[in-house]
Structure formats: structure tokens, C-alpha cells
Ligand binder design. Sequence first.
Ligand code: AP5
Ligand code: MG
Length: 218
Amino acid sequence: MINMILLGPPGAGKGTQAELLVDRYHLPHISTGDIFRAAVKEGSPLGQKAKAFLDAGKLVPDDIVVGIVKERLNQPDCQEGFILDGFPRTIPQAEMLDSYLTEVGRQITAVINIEVDFEVLIRRLTGRRVCRNCHAVYHIANKPAKNPGICDHCGGEIYQRDDDTEETVRKRLEVYQEQTEPLIDYYRKCGKLKTFNGEEPIQTVFDQICFALEEQKG
Ligand code: AP5
Ligand code: MG
């Protein structure tokens, strides 16, 4: 059973690695960022609440995020494992996740921490493009789509996220340092943390993550 968290600053490659991990392990990919962006696009009550936080590069309040994740983890497709991407992002979120999982007799099996230098992250995020339909991740220089503007996987429209401007990216990195980085210690203390150099090529990072997961399975 793989119950995994992908941890790392904005642009570390959480979404990119999740795409590859889903192909290999056939687990549901739960990205809280994708859930909020879909809600904003729909204009649902959740989207209306979340929009201002996303636009400002700030975190959506813990109780809102935790409620959504618990509901998602209760779905039948998550009973054989899951990949959490971008959640938890604060110590209270991690504590609430732990107590929920304990309640239902489950636990996190691996926390994959991806590290990348901040200047590299700024270049990555300002050049990132995403499929509006399937959320596949591209980069104008490192990983361009075969046909400009069209997703290789589903033919969907490729766009630039509103929060990928340099100003908002810097704010997101600040928020990461203040509120999310403490989770590295939190999970290190539980003995679940595995750290990877996210500046290696995408495939190398993926191979190293898979190696660590296989090693753990024994
Ligand atoms: P979210 O969508 O989670 O954004 P994020 O954490 O800022 O992370 P990103 O999606 O920007 O980066 P990533 O690590 O997925 O990198 P990617 O693979 O795309 O959250 C957005 C917002 O939602 C938050 O700001 C907040 O408002 C809200 N939110 C979400 N979760 C929340 C929570 N739990 N609590 C409260 N609020 C929450 O890669 C980036 C680029 O780099 C791509 O172009 C890619 O092609 C390229 N790349 C990837 N890997 C490599 C590599 N190895 N080498 C070269 N290029 C690479
Ligand atoms: Mg992402």
C-alpha cells in the first residue's frame, strides 16, 4: 500500500512527478491546488472563497482544505492508496490529517520531499504551462508541448496559471518558507521523510523516487 505525500516548494516538480507516479502505480492523484483551480473556474462557492487566496499566493484556510481532503480520501478509489500533492502545507493540516488517518485505521507510508534552489524555481514557474483539461504540466524551454498550445495527452488547451507571475511566485515561495518548510522536520521525526534533489532531470528524479518506494516495500 502506498499512501504518499509529495512535499516541496512551488515548482519543485510535485505535479510533474505525480503524473509519472500515477502511470506507474495507478493511484489517485489528489492535488489541492488543482481542486481549487477547478472550483474557481466553475465559480462554485468553494471557488469564490478560494480565489482571493490563490491570486495573492496565500494559503487557503486550514479548515476548508482539510474538509475537502478528508472527503476525497473517503472515496472508494482512495482505499488502495493515494498520492497527496500540495497537502498538507501547514503543521495544523498535517496534524489533522494524522488524526483523521488514525481514526480510519490508516497511515502515511512515504513523504517525498523534493528540494530545488529558489532562483531555479522562479525560472521554472514563470515558464510553466498547464493543460486546462487534464492538468498535464509543461515548460516553454524544458518540456514544451509537441504542438504549441495543445496538450500532448488529451488535446486540451495549454495555458499559464494566474499565480505564475514573478511577483506572486515570490510571495508563494515566502509562504512556503514560513508555513510549509516546518513540515520537513515534522515528517523527519516520524521517520517517513525521503528527500530528493529536484534539480536532476525529471526522469532521474522519478527513477530515484520509484527506487525508494520499491526499497521500502521490500
Ligand atoms: P499548488 O497548485 O499546489 O501550487 P504549488 O505548491 O505552488 O506548486 P506548483 O503546482 O506551482 O509546483 P509543482 O511542485 O507541482 O511543480 P510542477 O510539477 O508543476 O497550489 C496553488 C495554490 O492553491 C496555493 O498557492 C494555495 O493558494 C492553494 N493551496 C493548494 N494547496 C493548499 C493547501 N494544502 N493549503 C492551503 N492552500 C492550498 O513543475 C513546475 C515547472 O517545472 C513545470 O514547468 C515543469 O515542467 C518543470 N519541471 C518539473 N520538474 C523539473 C525538473 N526535474 N527539471 C526541470 N524542470 C522541471
Ligand atoms: Mg502542482
